[in-house]
Design a protein around this ligand. Structure first.
Ligand code: GLA
Length: 364
């Protein structure tokens, strides 16, 4: 029989960075025994254990057991951003350039010509301040980071705060907030890869996915949106009914070829005034695990783990092969700073940027 851990938050040292700074690992356990560990480096979710239909716990996110694995050159080179917080700008900015009030800003071009996930030293590589928080229902940690004026070329000093809560109804609630001293784009997100059969347990092609989206933002061959909002009807991007991820992934389709699979932003259906809307639902056929994603964001990036190639070995000692995990990143649309018709990502002094996403876990 496996031991039922006590509810609450505990902390231990996970390891040390090359410069000697300590990385902490926080362990959160809710009243049902659902368990998550988070490290201060990148605010990274290292593990997340949820029960299957029979009550068996498994770790359902990709990642590593030791800090060394996260710092290893092979990992840094592949940089799949396993479980990390992403900022200042999740997803891509064309040419790493944007204009604010006639002034041009240049941020790192770390993905071909484009800027990806905040630049070459994004929030995923920063050491966050972490402390436990008391919540009404559940257990939580709050993470804070000061991104200095000019960090990665972005204007203004940004104060970011992210709160992770494991609720007693088995949801992971993520509340984001940010303030700035100069107008700057902000698009924070979370980059966990899920495999609801358990990490290291094959690919996610038979997971049934539903997306609450009538449209998506097609991309050019460097994965920058063309500006079009295209209907999903009669395309492999129609997930309005539950569909296996692998059912159409190899179809002869220009958008799938450009993404090397799914790596696209979906435009979420939302009634005016909706706070959290259901964005996605994923169900794993064998374990019966179900994950629902709710968000206040206008979009969700569905990435089917196309760049995973088996070269990284995960917590269960299994290589993370092609499409062995999927990411559902709630966010504003990619390249919004250069797309006047997309919802704006600009945050100005005096405003507070707020975003809320909930990953809720249950079984069939
Ligand atoms: C995001 C991007 C992908 C890829 C991953 C990290 O999901 O959209 O193209 O860069 O991050 O590997």
């Amino acid at each position: 029989m496996s031991e039922v851990p006590a509810a609450g938050v505990t902390a231990q040292t996970f390891g040390q960075l090359p410069d000697g700074r300590e990385v902490e690992l926080y362990r959160l356990v809710n009243d049902n025994g659902m368990e998550m560990t988070v490290m201060s480096l990148g605010g990274t979710i290292v593990s997340l254990k949820t029960p299957d239909a029979e009550g068996n716990q498994a770790d359902i996110v990709l990642g590593f057991d030791s800090l060394e694995d996260y710092l290893a050159p092979e990992y840094r080179k592949a940089n799949p951003y396993f479980g990390a917080l992403i900022g200042r700008y999740g997803n891509r900015i064309a040419g790493g350039q944007f204009e604010i009030d006639g002034q041009t800003w240049q941020v790192p071009q770390n993905d071909g010509n484009n800027s990806l996930h905040g630049g070459s030293r994004g929030f995923d590589q920063r050491l966050w301040e972490v402390s436990p928080v008391e919540e009404g229902s559940g257990v939580g940690v709050v993470l804070t980071l000061t991104s200095e004026d000019g960090d990665q070329g972005y204007p203004g000093q940004l104060e970011a705060e992210v709160r992770y809560t494991l609720t007693d109804d088995n949801a992971l609630d993520i509340h984001y907030q940010a303030t700035t001293t100069a107008t700057t784009p902000v698009n924070l997100t979370q980059h966990s890869y899920f495999n609801l059969e358990g990490e290291g347990n094959g690919d996610i092609l038979d997971h049934q996915l539903t997306l609450n989206a009538d449209a998506f933002t097609p991309v050019d061959d460097s994965l920058i949106p063309t500006g079009e909002i295209r209907s999903v009807a009669d395309t492999p991007f129609d997930f309005r009914q539950p569909t296996a991820i692998g059912a159409r992934i190899d179809e002869d389709n220009q958008q799938l070829q450009r993404g090397q699979g799914y790596d696209h932003n979906f435009v979420l259906k939302r009634e005016a005034g909706d706070d959290l809307v259901l964005a996605a639902r994923v169900e794993a056929p064998d374990s019966g695990r179900v994950m629902e994603v709710y968000t206040t964001e206008p979009g969700i990036q569905f990435y089917s783990g196309n760049f995973l190639d088996g070269s990284l070995e995960g917590k269960a000692g299994q290589p993370y092969g092609h499409r062995s995990g999927l990411a559902l990143e709630t966010q504003h649309y990619p390249d919004s700073p250069n797309q006047a018709d997309f919802p704006s990502t600009l945050l100005s002094p005096g405003e507070t940027w707020l975003s809320h996403t909930r990953y809720r876990f249950s079984t069939r």
